[in-house]
Design a protein around this ligand. Structure first.
Ligand code: FEO
Ligand code: CA
Ligand code: CA
Length: 678
């Protein structure tokens, strides 16, 4: 049977940008199909860049770029771990984690594909009971109290933090970005039952912290039901606001006159684990959860609309109707970086206003030897910006309680910068540009004329517009390489780049109608985290390698096709791993996980490690190469809800006929999986 997608879902089968219509509708309120909220492109920059662009296009087309690309010094560790050139699928790729790359997988394949010699198992699936008193998974009877005690839906950011020397204990931390009511639960007949469904969806958002155990290194992990540190954070857990805008008039509501106590988190996309052991999570597409006045300050710039919200929570909770005076500021309480301490389930999670408000993809911290702490952040919207936060205080080394207490304050104070790229070239480097980190705040005060510090932090997009930041092709993960300090910026795609009436191509966003995305490699001046200028070059211009204009770090041998880079991670040798979201509409293949060296002879030699099932996106890669394990969060498998002959029951599907009481209805379960040697 074809599942009825009741409610306000769009027609199935359409696509917006690079995703299915259902994913776009649920995840980002079909942002790519709407006019981009940034209408403040900087015309002078496009002109400056034009000269460089035509030259780059020529170089890429002629294959000359490889010869002129920057070639960082060969790192000894990496040199030992690499071999000569080879094509995907031809021979084993060596290194500390050898595997035979897989060939591209058809987008309709309803299975997870891993290299030969590997196997995968799930660690946690939506609905798995986390506590001793958790009810068993029962999607026939949606129940918010039960869901609060179970693993949430649509896992995104993921980390597996090993907590003992023997490697037998770990904490799994995971975001639950959004929900898909139509494929989670069967239709209900009554308003009361539908209200409980809405509450259950709220409980399926947020984050999970779950203890893991295993028999020893290299063995698969299992989760511990009732683990002491197990925790669920939902769309109605209590958060504390920190930083200059905490307590601001702009954050006060009828329910919270302090402007410091915020209920819940949602739209939690990617994130990062800090050196002090906490997890940062980005509140991304918060706008789709509100009905709001688009004429209110900042509203339109953040995509807020005066229509029923995508999720309908305003039907059960008045704070989601921001058209009322009581809750006009409620949308301002979302769009932050949140910090969660997985070691302490009793700690109140925090929202850091010093890091700005945007559609935060995530945040990744770099700490220099002198203790300087910065966090890199992308605002994932067409033509939005790249940011850096520089903490005021220095990192304290060690595990002492005092060091830990201190480090927990690092993200509450500091300065926020936005990136302005320039096409200026260094002599002799055709593939290199310059850039400036433009301050939005300085010494805790506004650096933006005409805006107060509260306004800069709450309406960060408007502040960055004023300072003429460079509009980007949707910055997703922005992550420093722990071995080199170079920062990798995944620009996932931008179907509107260069379209009439929209900003044109420029040096850091060189492709019109950029459906496959690219990755920028950024080097801070003197490799200092808090530098105010940087050099940059294009590391990858993704797509089918046969297509003109694609570029793979100067590698001129065969590579795997790749489209829509989203989350990135590094292994212990400093190789970049890239997970993708949107490849079916880009290169016409399933999304997956890829590995590419960034230094040495094999720089740019990109190969595919796994592919996710039908309609899923690959999230949260975690690479434990020394341990022979790779983890990914498989998000929104079977999203379009096309059942019948096109079952998407990954990864723990209900076998046909095993639940006769459910009739034809059954849904997929987003899951965290581990890939290990057989
Ligand atoms: Fe939730 Fe930017 O992807
Ligand atoms: Ca994405
Ligand atoms: Ca993402």
């Amino acid at each position: 049977m074809k599942l009825s997608t009741s409610g306000n879902l769009p027609m199935l089968g359409q696509t917006h940008g690079n995703r299915s219509a259902v994913t776009c509708h649920l995840k980002c309120d079909s942002a790519c199909a709407s006019p981009p909220p940034n209408t403040s492109s900087e015309p002078t920059f496009a002109e400056i860049a034009a000269g460089q662009l035509s030259r780059r296009a020529l170089l890429i087309g002629g294959g000359a770029l490889a010869a002129t690309a920057v070639a960082p010094a060969l790192m000894p560790e990496f040199a030992a771990a690499t071999e000569g050139r080879r094509a995907p699928g031809e021979r084993k790729v060596s290194g500390r984690f050898p595997f035979d790359p897989i060939a591209p997988v058809e987008a309709t394949k309803d299975a997870l594909t891993v290299p030969p010699g590997f196997e995968w198992t799930s660690i946690l699936r939506w609905g798995d009971p986390l506590f001793h008193n958790s009810p068993a998974f029962d999607p026939e009877h949606p129940n918010a109290e039960a869901q609060e005690l179970q693993f949430g839906y649509n896992n995104d950011y993921l980390d597996i933090i090993v907590t003992d020397k023997a490697g037998r204990q770990a904490l799994l931390v995971c975001n639950h970005e959004y929900t898909n009511r139509a494929i989670m639960f069967p239709p209900t007949g009554s308003q009361a039952a539908e209200a409980e469904v809405l509450r259950t969806l709220m409980a399926a958002h947020g984050l999970s912290v779950v203890e893991l155990r295993r028999g020893g290194k290299g063995k698969p992990w299992k989760y511990v039901r009732g683990g002491e540190k197990n925790n669920r954070i939902t769309a109605y857990s209590l958060f504390a606001a920190t930083g200059p805008a905490a307590g601001s008039e702009l954050l006060k509501t009828a329910a919270d006159p302090t402007g410091k106590r915020i209920s819940g988190t949602f739209g939690n996309c990617a994130g990062g684990t800090t050196p002090w052991g906490t997890v940062l999570s980005g509140e991304e597409n918060f706008n789709g959860y509100f009905k709001a006045d688009p004429a209110a300050p900042g509203s339109a710039r953040y995509g807020l609309k005066n229509t029923p919200s995508t999720y309908g929570w305003e039907k059960i909770d008045p704070r989601f109707d921001a058209t009322t005076p009581d809750y006009a500021n409620e949308p301002h309480r979302f769009g932050w970086i949140v910090e969660v301490d997985p070691q302490d389930p009793t700690a109140t999670p925090r929202k850091h206003t010093a890091m700005g408000r945007m559609k935060h993809e995530g945040a990744n911290v770099r700490v220099d030897d002198d203790g300087t702490v910065v966090a890199y952040m992308g605002d994932d919207e067409q033509f939005d910006y790249l940011y850096k936060f520089v903490a005021k205080k220095k990192y304290k080394k060690g595990d002492s309680a005092a060091a830990r207490r201190h480090n927990l304050t690092l993200l509450t104070e500091g300065d926020l910068y936005v990136a302005r790229f320039s096409g200026q070239q260094k002599p002799g480097n055709d593939n290199l540009g310059r850039g400036t980190w433009v301050p939005l705040t300085q010494n805790g005060k506004s650096a933006v004329p005409g805006m107060s510090i509260d306004e800069v932090l709450v309406f960060t997009r408007l502040a960055a517009d004023k300072m003429k930041a460079t509009p980007m092709d949707r910055c997703e993960d922005v992550e420093p390489n722990p071995r080199t300090g170079k920062v990798y910026v995944a620009c996932t795609n931008n179907s509107n780049r260069g379209v009439e009436g929209k900003p044109g191509t420029d040096a850091p966003n060189p492709r019109p109608k950029n459906k496959d995305g690219h990755i920028i490699e950024l080097t801070e001046h003197k490799n200092a985290a808090d530098a105010t200028t940087f050099d940059w070059n294009l590391f990858l211009v993704c797509g089918n390698p046969d297509d003109a204009g694609t570029y793979f770090g100067g590698w001129d041998g065969p590579v795997s096709p790749i489209s829509c880079p989203d989350n990135v991670a590094f292994d212990t040798t400093g190789n970049l791993w890239i997970s993708t979201d949107g490849a079916p509409s880009g290169i016409g293949k399933a999304d997956g996980l890829f590995r590419v060296p960034v230094t040495g002879r094999e720089r740019g030699h990109l190969v595919q490690f796994l592919a996710v099932p039908n309609e899923a996106e690959t999230c949260g890669p975690v690479i434990h190469d020394l341990d022979g394990s790779v983890f990914v969060a498989v998000q929104h498998p079977g999203e379009d809800g096309a059942w019948g002959d096109q079952h998407s029951y990954f990864p723990d599907y209900v076998p046909e006929g095993s639940r006769p009481d459910r009739g034809d209805w059954r849904g997929p379960r987003p899951s965290v999986i581990q890939v290990t040697y057989k």
